[in-house]
Design a binder for this molecule. Structure first.
Ligand code: PHB
Length: 432
């Protein structure tokens, strides 16, 4: 094993390059998600060129093969000592990100989390910053939405590891504070979950709804298949969850079982903004014309955006501490809307949207209809959520707000405030 003490911090790559080590689960059960991130990284570089401040940006991808913390740590050590990377980045999965934290600290290498979403990750090293999301951040809004929409009894099902624990704890806290009752909770294994028996147990408990967090990909598809087969929707049990369940990448494959499912998350491919249009075009250029980016691809794109900002602001000479100073408080225009990095926690501050899956032009999308953005300012404490802004995106030719009021808790206020918020939104999203 390579001793941490022998690591030399950054600056060692050839003078005319800045190297970025990207650790991803490129083979194994999370390969499709890792590919979304690597496509997002490559799309950013293709769209913006591979030179910043006179330096060539060189990305070195390493395959962690799945949840494999020991391997992730060893690969990170190699990237630092042998490849002399100035940045580490990547991580679909929490256990891999956690394992790399001591390497980031020891070598003072800025490390950008492009997906892994357990809230504690950024507390594990002062050299970690996150552009993706945290589970408390995206779970609190759906818990509040559920309580506001007359759901009183909800069962929870989560994956049994960091993000699932965060999701379950946040849902229970916020939903019960708002008057709801969690009538049962179950945790399923991260590897090869067998959903059918758990789903039968939920059906027998007769809740009004079931709240789900499972990592996007095979688990979300597996859950939806079992949900449809066991006839929960027919038994009147609604499905709510974080947007990982209705991942844009796999949504088209889920079929009509996903219609009307309500989820909360930071990105939808249906989001309307000039930044998202440019992103989707760049993504299709590297991934192929029929490929739809998901929230992980956005993480890869925005992670590179942060790295390009740092390289530019430091004129190509990367020092770990100075890099973190640039990252703290950074504001960037993401395909999901404007985001920033909280200077105190190095975590992402962003809007979280409540979305319903609908068919748009014959294809399944979340957010074809209404979006109620939530601004979460503090992502570390289990947050109390407040709707700071609310607006509608209008689906093809539809101007009636009754559906939004009925189904998503849309609550229009005085026209002056609404106009100001609308103008702010158009400005933030680059329309004016
Ligand atoms: C995580 O391991 O942190 C993780 C993975 C997939 C998701 C969300 C979180 O969809």
């Amino acid at each position: 094993m390579i001793a941490l003490a022998s690591m030399s911090p950054t600056a060692g790559a050839a003078d005319d390059t800045v190297k970025v080590g990207v650790l991803l689960e490129l083979s194994g059960p999370f390969a499709a998600q890792a590919k979304q991130i690597s496509n997002g990284v490559n799309a950013y570089i293709k769209a913006h060129g591979d030179h910043v401040a006179g330096k060539k940006i060189e990305v070195v991808f390493k395959d962690t093969t799945g949840p494999a913390p020991d391997l992730a740590k060893r690969l990170a050590q190699e990237l630092v000592t042998r490849d002399k990377v100035s940045f580490l980045a990547g991580f679909v999965l929490t256990p891999n990100a956690m394992a790399v934290a001591p390497v980031a600290t020891e070598a003072k290498v800025p490390t950008i989390i492009m997906n892994a979403a357990t809230s504690a990750i950024t507390t594990k090293s002062p050299y970690i910053a996150r552009v993706s999301f945290t589970l408390p951040q995206v779970t609190a809004p759906i818990a509040e939405w559920a309580a506001k929409n007359q759901l009183k009894k909800v069962y929870t099902l989560v994956s049994d590891y960091g993000p699932g624990n965060d999701a379950e704890a946040t849902f229970k806290k916020v939903f019960s504070e708002k008057g709801g009752q969690v009538v049962g909770s179950v945790k399923v294994p991260l590897k090869n979950p067998e959903f059918a028996p758990f789903i039968q147990r939920i059906k027998d408990a007769k809740p009004e709804a079931v709240f789900i967090f499972v990592p996007a990909g095979e688990a979300s598809v597996g859950f939806m298949k079992a949900f449809a087969e066991r006839g929960l929707a027919k038994a009147g049990i609604k499905l709510i969850g974080t947007g990982d369940l209705m991942d844009d990448d796999v949504l088209p494959a889920m079929g009509d079982a996903s219609l009307d499912v309500i989820t909360t998350h930071q990105y939808s491919a249906a989001h309307k903004s000039p930044e998202n249009n440019a992103f989707k075009k760049a993504y299709a250029d590297v991934a192929g014309p029929d490929k739809r980016p998901n929230f992980m691809a956005v993480g890869g794109w925005d992670g590179m955006q942060v790295i390009y900002e740092v390289v530019g602001k430091l004129h190509g000479k990367i020092d770990g501490d100075q890099a973190m100073q640039v990252i703290k408080g950074l504001v960037i225009k993401s395909p999901r809307g404007t985001i920033s990095i909280d200077p105190a926690t190095r975590d992402v501050v962003q809007d979280v949207y409540v979305r319903k899956v609908e068919k748009v032009g014959g294809q399944l999308f979340k957010g074809g209809c209404f979006c109620l953005p939530y601004q979460i300012d503090n992502v570390h404490e289990l947050p109390t959520v407040e709707i700071k802004r609310s607006y509608q995106t209008i689906s093809v030719g539809e101007f009636d707000t009754n559906k939004a009021k009925r189904e998503l808790g849309f609550n229009p206020g005085p026209v002056e405030g609404a106009l100001k918020r609308a103008v702010d939104w158009f400005r933030d999203n680059g329309y004016v």
